[in-house]
Design a protein around this ligand. Structure first.
Ligand code: HEC
Length: 142
C-alpha cells in the first residue's frame, strides 16, 4: 500500500511537469499571434506553372512539394544554406543533384528509379544546374 502511494505521487509529479511544459508552448503561440499569422502558402503545382516543360516540369512534378516556398526541404536547407530554394541556387551541379536524390541526403529520403526515372532525374538535374531560375526571396530563407 505504501509502495502504491509513492508511485502515485511520482505519476502526479510527472503529470504536473508535463502541464507546465504545455504552458510554455502556449506563451510562444501568443507571441506569434501578436504579429498575425503568416498567410497560408499556396502549394505550387503545374496549375501555377502551366508553361513549364522538360526538367522544370519534372521538378514541379517530383520535387517542388518539398522544395518550394515553405516546403520541408526548403525549411531544412535554410538552416545550412544561404539560398534555400533549389531553383534560386547558382551553385548546384547535375552530379550533386542526382547523387543527393538517389542516395538521399540528411532528412531527404532517397528517390528510387521506380519513382523518378534516370531520364527525368537527369532533366531535373540539368535544369537545376543551369540556375538560378528564380530570385532568392528577399529577407532570407522562407
Ligand atoms: C519528401 C520531401 C522531399 C522531396 C520529394 C525532395 N526532397 Fe530534396 N531535400 C529534402 C530535404 C528535407 C532536404 C534537406 C536535407 C538536409 O539537409 O537534411 C533536401 C535536400 C536536397 C538537396 C541538397 C541540397 C544541398 O545543397 O545540399 C538536393 C540537391 C535535393 N534535395 C534535390 C531534390 C530533387 C532533385 C528532388 C526531386 C527529384 C527532391 N530533392 C525531392 C526533401 C525532399
Amino acid at each position: 500500500m505504501r509502495k502504491f502511494a509513492a508511485s502515485h505521487a511520482a505519476l502526479l509529479a510527472a503529470a504536473f511537469s508535463l502541464a507546465s511544459c504545455a504552458g510554455g508552448d502556449g506563451a510562444g503561440g501568443d507571441e506569434a499571434a501578436a504579429g498575425g499569422p503568416p498567410p497560408m502558402p499556396q502549394p505550387i503545382t503545374m496549375a501555377q506553372r502551366p508553361d513549364a516543360t522538360g526538367g522544370e516540369a519534372k521538378y514541379v512534378e517530383y520535387c517542388i512539394m518539398c522544395h518550394g516556398p515553405n516546403g520541408m526541404g526548403t525549411g531544412l536547407l535554410g538552416r545550412r544554406m544561404e539560398v534555400s530554394l533549389l531553383e534560386a541556387r547558382d551553385n548546384l551541379t547535375a552530379e550533386y543533384v542526382i547523387t543527393a536524390a538517389r542516395m538521399g541526403i540528411g532528412n531527404m529520403p532517397a528517390i528510387p528509379r521506380g519513382e523518378v526515372s534516370d531520364e527525368d532525374l537527369q532533366a531535373i538535374a540539368d535544369y537545376l544546374a543551369a540556375g538560378p531560375h528564380i530570385e532568392a526571396p528577399a529577407g532570407g530563407p522562407q
